[in-house]
Design a protein around this ligand. Structure first.
Ligand code: BGC
Length: 710
């Protein structure tokens, strides 16, 4: 009985696929060559061409990745008269720091729903490039340094978006790990690094997440533009991974006509031929020239049909052709609550000496210090900008949480400006405020740039720019030193997309919170954590080196390369794979994050299965507060033909526990969890031997060990 139901379902699916294929073929047979080619390139800043006569709509795209972008109209000009302010979600690195796969889905669902409401067909996210160097200006948009974690978060995000009837666009494929020279740099890396580090997130988003579209990146890969790369697009993405959807170029990533079309690109976007403000989209590389080439026999029409087929396939899959997509919702309480939840679970408590946090009930005065405390971040960073429906700043959040019983004062402390210097008068003012208060809270760190209303006034955490160094800008080191001397009960809250050099003050400051760019509700989440209304549970999705010189891309590899090439000689030793193997202590390790309660791991059991192992263990909340712990499972191969990193993440589970409560966690490891890519034989290999199973709550805090012999 069950078998026949399953067969019926399968037959039904196969029938639907045949029906769609037949509809697509019928449409293609009615289209002129010009109409087909019109679908292969932009028709405005954020749309590609449709065929009105046949009811084929334009494909409407929008950034992404942490909110639906402010409207730019068809002409690139920011529209200031529209009701386009929506839910500004925490940035990608904050989402990854939750280590909560369900929140990945919920985040995507908010985005998909708001995109649908705004009439978008494709949301240009998630951004999942690996954080190779702490300097990358777009690290804030990405999901960390570990391919397994990136993959898990991306799968949830993509499904969340696409369940709302909107397509996700995974970006930037591939090897786009720096903004410096992003339009020209050629990336060279080993096949092993490509397969083990830089591709798994994309593979998971496509093969498990089912992403309908992917964005090819600006950079070159092994001598060829990524958007023209036969290897990346045709061989790996379309053949190996069976991708049926659309490859969309990054905006202005296409450089000629034949190569990208033959090598796997489907839609050319954003090509800037100096045409603004009167663009002629027929002048794009994959426009009128293609018509001429096909007509003169220099390009076969089947190549064009194949691309049109892919676009129509996505249009049918997302019900664009029937015009029955879900309506979506905008600025709902539920969306705001998801944004809050991601911030609450993604903010990481890095240090908490003497349990300064949560702030005791005896704290009656708080001096809030720092430009970032009072700064709205949503419109900064470049294409990921969002016009937020509202944005609770850290200062506002602290005022909300303090109510009438606690007095909150504010001093700016430093200024985000291009002079990039300490301002003694502001430091003096901050010191005076701190010395009068029970506690000082400095909100500092990075910024997306200077004036967010000026396009390209970018710096630090922003598109098309990398950070000049890991040093704290705007004289914040001096500020922190002066404030903590005035009041040893000083907490530093860091805004930003990743590591900053803390060496000048970290040993002198008792408590540090990494808050990323925490979105529309970020200030409330920060305040609730500081005041103990929420218990922090975020974990670093990226290692924080002490100094830039300690970062593997800079120590072993090249960054940003010469003016032509960058060689990833750091190879597979990215992030903790480097710190652990080379025995270098980071400032804060991958997976690190403190809680107000304590947890104990016990009773590990490793049971061998047909092609891997099932690992079970117990996590107990041994402290006084309800809280969540992220149990992290790493493997270590005792002896391998090629060197392997000291440990590699292969599973994790976030566990929510009341005081005294315990739960059993079970993690199944398949064959792939034990494999590595042997680039001598050019294949994934599983070697026989002993594998250590390491469980802990951070990559540098392993508390349970087991073994399995394969
Ligand atoms: C960025 C993409 C973005 C696109 C459209 C490009 O410059 O690299 O991430 O989606 O612009 O705004």
């Amino acid at each position: 009985m069950r078998i026949s139901v399953a067969l019926c379902l399968l037959t039904g699916v196969a029938q639907a696929q045949t029906d769609t294929a037949a509809k697509i073929n019928a449409l293609i047979s009615k289209m002129t060559l010009e109409e087909k080619v019109n679908m292969l390139h932009a028709s405005s800043s954020f749309t590609s061409g449709g065929v009105k006569r046949l009811g084929i709509p334009e494909l409407v795209t929008s950034d992404g990745p942490h909110g639906v972008r402010a409207e730019h109209g068809r002409d690139w000009i920011l529209d200031n008269n529209l009701a386009d302010s929506g839910t500004y979600l925490p940035v990608g690195v904050c989402l990854a720091a939750t280590w909560n796969k369900k929140l990945g889905y919920d985040f995507g669902a908010v985005l998909g729903s708001e995109a649908a409401y705004r009439g978008k067909d494709v949301i240009l996210g998630p951004g999942i490039n690996i954080m190779r160097s702490p300097l990358n200006g777009r690290n804030f948009e990405y999901q960390g340094e570990d391919p397994y974690l990136v993959g898990r978060m991306a799968v949830g995000y993509v499904k969340g978006v696409q369940d709302q009837g909107v397509s996700a666009c995974v970006k930037h494929y591939a090897a786009n790990n720096q903004e410096t020279m992003r339009f020209t740099i050629n990336v060279e890396m080993s096949e092993r690094a490509l397969r083990e580090i830089y591709l798994p997130g994309f593979k998971a988003a496509i093969t498990e997440g089912g992403a309908n579209t992917i964005m090819s990146s600006y950079n070159k890969f092994r001598g060829q533009w990524a958007s023209h790369s036969n290897y990346l697009l045709n061989q790996i993405l379309k053949k190996e991974w069976g991708f049926k959807g659309i490859v969309i170029s990054d905006w202005n990533a296409v450089h000629n006509t034949s190569q990208p079309l033959w090598n796997g690109l489907d839609i050319e976007m954003g090509t800037d031929l100096g045409m603004l403000p009167n663009p002629n989209y027929g002048k794009f590389y994959t426009a009128d020239t293609v018509v001429q080439m096909v007509k003169s026999g220099r390009m076969p029409e089947y190549l064009i049909n194949e691309k049109v087929r892919r676009i129509l396939w996505v249009m049918y899959r997302t019900h664009m052709m029937e015009g029955k997509r879900k309506a979506g919702e905008y600025n709902t309480k539920a969306h705001q609550q998801t944004a809050y939840k991601v911030a609450e679970e993604g903010i990481v408590l890095l240090k908490n000496n003497g349990n300064l946090l949560p702030l005791a009930a005896t704290v009656k005065t708080i001096a809030v210090i720092g430009h970032n405390a009072d700064r709205k971040q949503s419109m900064g960073g470049g294409s990921s900008q969002v016009r937020a429906f509202y944005e609770v700043t850290p200062l506002q959040g602290l005022r909300n949480a303090a109510g009438n019983s606690v007095q909150v004062t504010y001093a700016q402390g430093y200024v985000i400006d291009k002079s990039n210097t300490a301002k003694q008068a502001l430091i003096d003012e901050a010191v005076a405020a701190a010395s009068k208060a029970d506690v000082a809270i400095i909100v500092g760190g990075w910024t997306h740039g200077y004036n967010y209303s000026i396009w390209r006034d970018n710096a630090y955490d922003a598109e098309d720019t990398d950070k000049p160094s890991m040093d704290m800008p705007f004289g914040q080191n001096e500020l922190i030193e002066a404030v903590r001397k005035a009041n040893p009960r000083t907490v530093v809250v860091l805004i930003g997309g990743g590591a900053i050099d803390m060496t000048k003050w970290i040993n002198n400051v008792p408590a540090v919170l990494q808050a990323w760019y925490p979105g529309i509700e970020g200030g409330n989440a920060i305040a609730n954590i500081l005041m103990g209304k929420s218990n922090p549970s975020g974990k670093l999705p990226v290692s924080f080196p002490k100094t830039l010189a300690d970062a593997p891309a800079h120590k072993l590899g090249q960054y940003p390369g010469d003016s032509i090439n960058v060689y990833y000689n750091d190879d597979i030793y990215v992030g903790y794979r480097y710190f652990d193997t080379y025995k270098v202590q980071p400032q804060f390790a991958f997976g690190h994050g403190l809680s107000y309660t304590s947890f104990a791991f016990s009773n590990i059991n490793v049971a061998k299965t047909a092609n891997g192992a099932t690992v079970t263990f117990t996590v107990k909340n041994t402290g006084k507060y309800a809280g969540a712990e992220v149990a992290q499972l790493y493997i270590h191969q005792q002896a391998s033909a090629l060197p392997r990193p000291e440990k590699e993440l292969k599973g994790f589970e976030k566990v929510y526990l009341q005081p005294g409560q315990q739960k059993q966690v079970s993690i199944t490891l398949g064959k792939d969890a034990f494999q590595y890519f042997n680039d001598v034989t050019n294949q994934w290999v599983t070697e026989k031997g002993i594998f250590d199973i390491l469980i802990g709550n951070a990559s540098d805090n392993i508390t349970l060990r087991g073994k399995v012999s394969l």
